[in-house]
Design a binder for this molecule. Structure first.
Ligand SMILES: [Cu+2]
Length: 183
């Protein structure tokens, strides 16, 4: 209770001021603009991906990823010992996220198109490709599929950008993009 109650008890029951109407209209119109921008960026933006997602049993996905890594393994990654898979151009490629790693490491060829599958087998993780700033929220139980064409050779970093527990900060990996071999 205020120290001095308003003199008119029903103080709010009066016409809205013109200024207030103007501000409400501006905010509403801006909201519509931003809503339209979501659609616009989805089509014309460079970061909002058109991903597809399918429900899948994590155990099945794990098996597929293991078979994929075994088939295309070219070496082991230095410190972590995670296999590096180098699939042929056009292949379906599999990446698995779990506490606290990305598995396997991928090596792709510049200018080739791949279908990238990503799934988490435990919690929510965030696929973030740096320094490109491509982000995909990785939900457990859903296989996310993105068509991807790396355009520049180099070593990219994959980090987890959804907090997923005590070792979240260690959940980092690499993506290698190499020039196609001639001949
Ligand atoms: Cu994570």
């Amino acid at each position: 209770m205020a120290i001095h109650p308003p003199s008119r008890r029903i103080w709010w029951n009066e016409p809205i001021e013109k200024d207030e109407i103007v501000w409400i209209a501006i905010a509403f119109l801006w909201g519509l603009v931003m809503f339209g921008m979501m659609v616009y960026w989805h089509v014309a933006g460079r970061q909002n991906l058109s991903t597809k997602a399918y429900r899948i049993d994590p155990a099945v996905y794990e098996q597929r990823t293991e078979a994929f890594a075994e088939k295309y393994k070219v070496r082991d990654e230095g410190e972590s010992g995670i296999p590096v898979a180098k699939p042929p151009p056009g292949a379906d490629i599999y990446l698995l996220s779990r506490l606290w790693q990305w598995w396997p490491v991928l090596e792709l060829e510049e200018g080739q198109t791949y279908r990238l599958h990503i799934m988490s087998t435990d919690w929510l993780h965030g696929f973030s490709l740096q320094p490109e700033n491509i982000n995909i929220q990785v939900h457990p139980g859903y296989e996310h599929v993105v068509t991807l064409t790396p355009t520049r050779e180099g070593t990219y970093s994959i980090i987890c950008n959804e907090y997923c527990g005590i070792n979240h900060h260690t959940m980092a990996s690499k993506l290698y993009v190499v020039k196609p071999k001639k001949g």
